[in-house]
Design a protein around this ligand. Structure first.
Ligand code: HPA
Ligand SMILES: [Zn+2]
Length: 330
């Protein structure tokens, strides 16, 4: 059994495996520009964030109905459960769907149905986090928040994703303030490809409670000290960083530096269908590549629950599960 953990950095659209993409394409009468699952997998040779995003958005064309979104989330949650995930906070990108004529209600209702089913059948608790696309205008983000209002009972927070460079957090000051006023939690991608200053802006301007990725904070020692002092969690995604060339090799990943700096580090999969593994694969990958000892891995798992938007009773319960966990070799 894999170590119990929460997954806090997971784009549901990034869990679309080639097999399901072809199945949904057929169901919806959509022609994919690939002849086979194998040919599609071969297209996953990214050179940076933008080259990944181009394929990521293109493949979403197969997602059309409420059932499509429910099937996508159900497939993820089943895999996640098999990898020891006990709680998942799941990003979705409404603008990538509404821009194709799919209503936001179709997206949220389909996802929420699968999440409720998985809570019952798999014992996984979960949350939905609505992400704004930062390479789209700020006004469109505000319209997206407005259109989400009838569905806020199913949404815990907002996030910020897509192409980072040239799209600083301050562009989204107003929409994050409006989200906060609506009682939503706040996270933001920052310091993946973008500079350390974007991490600072995410905290100061957006009121971000967690930083997604954040690895480039290491370029600014004062910022690292602040993240430590304020115990701001980082949702780090090792396989993603290697595949998008933020980091050259897993063996050179700065995870040990982040841990050594006293930060609340978590390990996550980001877009597992595209980056070569789900969350336990990431955790086991860094454990081997960086020679992490069992107690360090347990601490990463505890951090995932500390950083989650959980009630205190369930948080304590899940951390106790980690405390009791022993690796096969121990
Ligand atoms: O890793 C990511 N970074 C930015 N945007 C994204 N959208 C999906 N995955 C990512
Ligand atoms: Zn991400």
């Amino acid at each position: 059994m894999a170590i119990p953990k929460a997954e806090l950095h997971l784009h549901i659209e990034g869990t679309l495996e080639p097999e399901l993409a072809f199945e949904l394409a057929e169901r919806n009468g959509i022609e994919l520009p690939f002849d086979s699952v194998e040919e599609l997998r071969r297209a996953y040779s990214f050179t940076d964030l933008q080259s990944f995003l181009d394929l990521y958005y293109a493949l979403m064309s197969v997602l059309r109905t409420e059932q499509d979104f429910a099937d996508l989330a159900a497939a993820y949650l089943e895999r996640a459960a098999a990898q020891g995930v006990r709680h998942a906070e799941i990003f979705f990108d409404p603008q990538a769907h509404t821009s194709r004529g799919v209503a936001i209600g179709t997206v949220v209702t389909g996802l929420a149905r699968a999440l409720e089913d998985a809570e019952r059948s798999l014992g996984i608790s979960s949350r939905l986090i609505l992400c704004f696309l930062r390479d789209r205008p700020a006004e469109e983000a505000m319209e997206t928040l407005e259109s989400a209002r009838p569905h806020l009972h199913a949404i815990t927070g907002v996030g910020l994703d897509s192409a980072e460079i040239g799209n600083p957090p301050e562009k989204f000051r107003e929409v994050f303030a409006a989200a906060r006023a609506a009682g939503l939690r706040r996270v933001a991608h920052a310091g993946e490809e973008g500079p350390a200053d974007y991490v600072r802006q995410a905290l100061d301007v957006l009121g971000a409670e967690r930083i997604d990725h954040g690895v480039r904070c290491l370029e600014d020692p004062e910022l690292v000290e602040r993240l430590r002092r304020e115990a701001v969690p980082l949702t780090v995604c090792p396989f993603s960083n290697v595949r998008l060339r933020v980091v050259e090799r897993l063996e050179e990943h700065p995870l040990p530096k982040l841990i050594g700096a006293g930060l609340v580090v978590t390990v996550n999969s980001d877009d597992p269908a595209y980056f070569g593994g789900y969350v336990e694969d990431n955790l086991d990958g860094v454990r081997r590549a960086l020679d992490l000892d069992p107690e360090t891995v347990r601490e990463l798992a505890r951090n995932s629950f500390r950083a989650a938007f959980l009630d205190e009773e369930r948080r304590a319960e899940l951390i106790a599960e980690v405390d009791a966990y022993r690796f096969p070799a121990e």
